[in-house]
Design a protein around this ligand. Structure first.
Ligand code: FAD
Length: 467
């Protein structure tokens, strides 16, 4: 667009999508404004998402491992949980990263406007912050306003014992009885944390399975372990009501596996996230937002308004930080006149539970549904020296190959550090590797990464007879 504007690029929202877009735009020489309503930069991911949850999951894993060391002849005492220190530590991790983002913004001369941004027209935004209201004009805009937790109507939200993921990460206390509504990744990760800290955790899930999206055979080892750790897992069940009383939150259920009613000290509602598309005045800029709040974009992240882009959770699934950052780069580069587009073949998913569950590309269930002629190689970690040495042999690595071309089309792993392993499969899919490429690549021994090569060899038939 022609004309004089205050900024070449205005980025709305400073999450992983927004800060990446702003930094890339500035690096490409564009005068950039980053608008963020929160005092801290970094969005959901850094402040109340990926990072604090992983800090706490690390602590949970250490507690759990220490307890299991008795099987190796090493006995630790019962851990003493100092919740204030744990919270401080988690906050310090968040602080390092969010502070880092602010420094990186400064170093690039990205200006930050703190306040709630609302579009006034296709080239202007109003920002209402503590220091008053200001207006800025821009040549290009990148919408990166993210998402928020979904709420089920009728629950007593005024009671702080009913928490969303942000509330759960605040760690006000360690409830004796915690109910997690929703058996997805976020609920299961936070349930894992509270279980390790000493809560009796119950999970209720509407579907007939946990972690919808992953193959059942990959979730099974996780579920088997968690059935021992969690107090209850109610599948095919739903919460029909909740009443706040002095002795706790009284919850009513419907479903074969659940009781009619039970009482909990805290409840975590984690049933999905809703995009913020309707909260930014997008209509004033002419940007189309669907009834759920998502903004449709093309493969250059362009909305229906050609100089306005959108990235991250607000444009749709998968709602993941690494998708947002890649989209952010594309949007910034297109603003700078590059012919970039978002062309990822696959985006990995990881549940940082214990064991971790990770997958990339097509799942086996999708391959069946889509009628893909696929072959498979699975390698049980019970045959991996490394996983045996760690005392954790319940894992499994699985690879799927297109039968005709022999190329890898999907992979999944369940087990300790499965989330780190899946990167190799993602690269293999992007590079169009076949099973031989993977099997002939020398992997260090003994590592869990070997299970990737072994799975490929199982498919090729060069490894048989695993036991
Ligand atoms: P967000 O991170 O949502 O940021 C949007 C920003 O825009 C926010 O800072 C918000 O304040 C700001 N904003 C919104 N509207 C306005 C406005 N009108 N004016 C000014 N500012 C505004 N993903 C992973 O990949 N890995 C994980 O391990 C992981 N763990 C998670 C754990 C939890 C508990 C949660 C809740 C999420 C997790 N996610 C994880 C998802 C991840 O956090 C999101 O996918 C990611 O943050 C999306 O980035 P984004 O840039 O689209 O927006």
């Amino acid at each position: 667009p022609e004309g004089d504007f205050d900024y070449e690029v205005m980025v709305l929202g400073s999450g992983p999508g927004g800060y990446t877009a702003a930094f890339r735009a500035a690096d490409l020489g564009l005068k950039t404004l980053l608008v963020e309503k929160d005092k801290s930069l970094g969005g959901v991911c850094l402040n109340v998402g990926c990072i604090p949850s992983k800090a706490l999951l690390h602590s949970a894993r250490v507690i759990d491992e220490a307890a299991h060391m008795s099987e190796h002849g090493i006995v630790f005492g019962t851990p003493e949980i100092q919740i204030d220190k744990l919270r401080d530590w988690k906050d310090s991790v968040v602080g390092k990263l969010t502070g880092g983002i602010r420094q990186l913004a400064k170093a690039r001369k990205v200006e930050v406007a703190q306040g709630t941004g609302t579009f006034i027209d296709p080239h202007r935004i109003r920002v209402e912050g503590e220091e008053g209201t200001k207006e800025y004009s821009f040549r290009y805009a990148v919408i990166a306003a993210g998402s928020r937790p979904v709420r089920i109507p009728g629950f007593p939200y005024e009671d702080s014992r009913l928490m969303d993921s942000t509330g759960a990460l605040e760690m006000a206390d360690i409830p004796e009885r915690l109910l997690v509504i929703g058996g997805g990744i976020i609920g299961l990760e936070l349930g894992t944390v509270y279980e390790a800290l000493g809560s009796k955790v119950t999970v209720v899930e509407l579907m007939d399975r946990l972690m919808v999206g992953a193959d059942r055979d990959m979730v099974r080892p996780f579920e088997k372990r968690m059935r021992k750790k969690f107090e209850n897992i109610y599948l095919n069940s739903k919460v029909t009501g909740m009443t706040a009383k002095d002795d706790g939150l009284h919850v009513t259920f419907e479903g074969k596996e659940a009781p009619d009613e039970a009482v909990f000290d805290r409840v975590l509602l984690s049933v999905g996230r809703s995009p913020n598309g309707k909260l930014i005045g997008a209509e004033q800029a002419g940007v189309a937002v669907d009834e759920r709040g998502f903004i449709a974009v093309d493969n250059q992240q362009r909305t229906n308004v050609p100089h306005i882009f959108a990235i991250g959770d607000i444009v749709g699934q998968p709602m993941l930080a690494h998708k947002a950052t890649h989209e952010g780069k594309v949007a910034a580069e297109v603003c700078a006149g590059h012919k970039s587009f978002f062309d990822a073949r696959v985006i990995p998913s990881v549940a940082y539970t214990d064991p971790e569950v990770a997958w990339v590309g097509v799942t086996e269930e999708q391959a069946k549904e889509q009628g893909i002629d696929y072959g498979k190689g699975s390698f049980p970690w019970a045959a991996s020296g490394r996983s045996l040495a760690m005392g954790r042999s319940e894992g499994m690595t699985k690879m799927l190959f297109d039968k005709k071309s022999g190329r890898i089309i999907g992979a999944a792993a369940v087990g300790t550090n499965a989330g780190e392993l899946i990167a190799e499969a993602g690269l293999a899919i992007e590079m169009g590797c076949d099973a031989e490429d993977i099997g002939l690549t020398v992997h260090a021994h003994p590592t869990l990464s070997e299970t990737m090569a072994f799975a490929a060899e199982v498919f090729e038939g060069t490894i048989t007879d695993l036991y």
